[in-house]
Design a protein around this ligand. Structure first.
Ligand code: KIV
Length: 271
């Protein structure tokens, strides 16, 4: 007799309960089936199909070029892999900024064609109307404030945001506006840890930080960065848990040597 154990899925409510219980939330980006399966089985709570796929999967300099069709392709692969984690998908640049109808149409495609569990979009008060419309259709929305990479050409650099009081006050107001609009959680990217701590303690929804210090409700990193697939990218907030680029290069160089020398395949590696 085989015993089939149901895996308890992470939902938006699980994340709210985790914040209330003071349990930290772990989130990582994922863009493909094989890696998403590994991350999910390792116990990551939330998998974000980030528009950072534009950088790490496609080699673009910014997140702007990735299309809705490409996000749906990545998201559907991740959804197929996952048994436990909540899968959140970024609405890419140009798929929601026009108006709330466009935001809802893009969201519907992500939910229908990829089977995602929630969407994330960047911005504060200016995207509230879109958030409300998406929520009205029954889709949970995660907000994203601080460094918002889709606005890179407005800001000009990827440096820490909201160091000045006026910008910090605006960010706090935006966080409350997103909570009131109904967002289930919020990402804060690259802002001072003191400000992130204030936001996390003044809103009820979970706040997930990236470069926002430890006094928030959870952390998110880009999977390629934390596994060390790109040694050129070394921001202060990044902790590398592996140096996978070296490991892969060494393994591949070994394979090339074995092919050239005739060592591979051996007699036991053929029919
Ligand atoms: O696209 C992404 O990877 C993100 C994270 C940095 C939060 O939005």
């Amino acid at each position: 007799m085989s015993i089939h154990r149901e895996v308890k899925r992470v939902t938006t409510h699980t994340l709210t309960e985790m914040k209330e219980a003071g349990e930290k939330i772990s989130m990582l980006t994922a863009y493909d089936y094989t890696m998403a399966r590994l991350l999910d089985s390792a116990g990551v709570d939330v998998l974000l199909v980030g528009d950072s796929a534009s950088n790490v999967m496609a080699g673009h300099e910014t997140t702007l070029p990735i299309t809705l069709d490409q996000m749906i392709y990545h998201a559907s692969a991740v959804v197929r892999a996952v048994q436990r984690a909540l899968v959140v998908v970024d609405l890419p640049f140009g798929s929601y900024q026009g108006n709330s109808k466009e935001a809802l149409q893009s969201t519907v495609r992500i939910m229908k064609e990829a089977g995602a569990h929630a969407v994330k979009l960047e911005g504060g008060k200016e995207v509230v109307e879109s958030i409300v419309r998406i929520l009205t259709a029954g889709v949970p929305v995660m907000g994203h404030l601080g460094l918002t990479p889709q606005s890179i050409y407005k800001f000009g650099t990827y440096t820490v945001r909201a160091r000045e009081e006026a910008e910090a006050e605006r960010l706090m107001e935006d966080a409350h506006a997103l909570q009131e609009a109904g967002c289930f959680a919020l990402v804060l990217e690259k802002i001072p840890s003191t400000l992130a701590a204030k936001v996390a303690s003044s809103v009820q929804i979970p706040v997930i930080g990236i470069g926002a210090g430890s006094a928030v409700d959870g952390q998110v990193l880009v999977m390629h960065d934390m596994l060390g697939l790109n040694s050129d990218f070394s921001p202060r907030f990044l902790r590398r848990y592996l140096q996978l680029d070296q490991i892969i290069c060494e393994a591949v160089a070994h394979y090339v040597r074995d092919v050239r020398s005739g060592d591979f395949p051996s007699s036991s590696e053929q029919y």
